[in-house]
Design a protein around this ligand. Structure first.
Ligand code: SF4
Length: 382
């Protein structure tokens, strides 16, 4: 949404170095929490050279006052509508400290991303058809962001046009969930049939367990795997989180149904909930095999600023560090767990990851699920 009179250059620091001597009028930096310390470092360096800096993204949106210490302006929340105004203010030398939308961005008005500016080789294309998730799970940075609970969709015509312009065959849909409005998603999948794409998408297990038509259309549209936040095998945990879509007793039948349509399941679990005790790691690992999850994903509970989880743990004086670079979901524990030590949580998670990624873990999956090998090879070759 940058007006065409401005020249834009995008630098992804993971791909190429930053030229701190470039002659930019404005540097915009977007970051999530673990990237914030580095983003602030970059911002400080540019400002030392007299270049104006704007910070935005999840972390600056959650903690705008903190971000403002490193920037001339902070964009809070979605930027599509505030960004052109910010650029105009910059040109008129009237930059404000904060820019915030007073309503959710209308996705009918957003433009197709200018992918040619990112450079480098991307094997997998990224697409977004909708924003927002009304569920509001306690730990979720998406739903608990500004207007994050307001579900909105892009016009299908715009999405199809964008998909046609993406050269990669493999795609990730970065929607919080493609099952919030099944009618919309079905129409999208019908239109995708002809596009010869293969994709992974986030979805909720309740809809996937009951909507055969959605699964059929997903398979025909090229869905290789559904990424499902199973979160925990304890219904008590699920209920406290507010994840109404999940009924633990239905996990097995839902996964079987998805498999029946030839689609794999990435099952995501989080360790470190208040109800978790040190036996949660072995129990979850064993259940991954019994549930026939194709790709298990284990992470450590991480209280991102802006979420109810962060507020609660802060109230309970259980935040162990404010070094945001440690808020990585893997490799670090940043809060005091209730029923184990931080090192038990870290080591238990690492051990569980090693177990399911090992050769014996792979073999166990083929023993518990006799179609595992064929399904996953078929998906890889499609
Ligand atoms: S269902 Fe998923 S996207 Fe929605 S609030 Fe819960 S974790 Fe976030």
């Amino acid at each position: 949404n940058t007006p065409s009179r401005h020249e834009v250059k995008i630098v992804d620091e993971e791909r190429r170095g930053i030229d701190f001597n470039c002659d930019a009028d404005l540097v915009g930096i977007s970051c999530v929490t673990p990237q914030a310390p580095r983003a602030y470092e970059i911002a400080d360096k540019f400002r030392e050279k007299g270049v104006k800096v704007v910070l935005g993204g999840w972390h600056p949106s959650a903690l705008p006052e903190e971000a403002k210490q490193h920037a001339d302006a902070v964009v809070i929340g979605e930027a599509e509508e505030t960004w052109p105004k910010l650029l105009k203010d910059l040109q008129e030398n009237e930059l404000k400290p904060f820019y915030k939308n007073n309503k959710p961005v209308d996705l009918r008005k957003i433009k197709t991303p200018r992918r040619e500016l990112t450079g480098g080789v991307n094997l997998i294309g990224a697409v977004q058809t909708s924003r927002g998730c009304p569920m509001g799970c306690e730990f979720c940075g998406v739903s608990n962001s500004i207007y994050g609970k307001v579900f909105r969709m892009r016009p299908i015509e715009d999405v199809v046009e964008e998909l046609q312009s993406i050269k990669q065959r493999q795609l990730w849909f970065y929607d919080p969930s493609l099952t919030i409005n099944p009618r919309y998603t079905k129409e999208l999948f019908r239109r995708m049939k002809e596009l010869n794409k293969r994709f992974i998408a986030f979805g909720n297990i309740d809809v996937l367990s009951r909507d055969d038509e959605l699964l059929k259309l997903a398979g025909e549209a090229g869905c290789r795997m559904w990424f499902i936040g199973l979160e925990s095998l304890s219904q008590k945990v699920i209920d406290r989180l507010g994840k109404k879509s999940n009924k633990v007793e239905n996990y097995a039948s839902a996964i079987k149904k998805i498999h029946d349509y030839g689609i794999g399941v990435i099952g995501a679990f989080i360790f470190g909930f208040d109800e978790d005790t040190p036996d949660v790691f072995n129990y979850t690992t064993e259940m991954v095999y019994e549930l026939a999850i194709d790709t298990p994903e284990f992470t450590i509970l991480t209280p991102y600023p802006g979420t109810p989880l962060f507020e609660r743990l802060e109230r309970e004086a259980r935040i162990l560090t404010y070094d945001w670079s440690k808020y990585t979901e893997k490799g670090n524990v940043v809060f005091q767990p209730k029923n184990m030590t931080p090192s038990q949580l870290l080591e238990g998670t690492n051990k569980a990851i090693r177990e399911v990624s090992s050769l014996s873990g792979f073999m166990k999956r083929t023993i518990y699920d006799k179609h595992f090998f064929v399904r996953n090879i078929t998906q890889l070759l499609r």
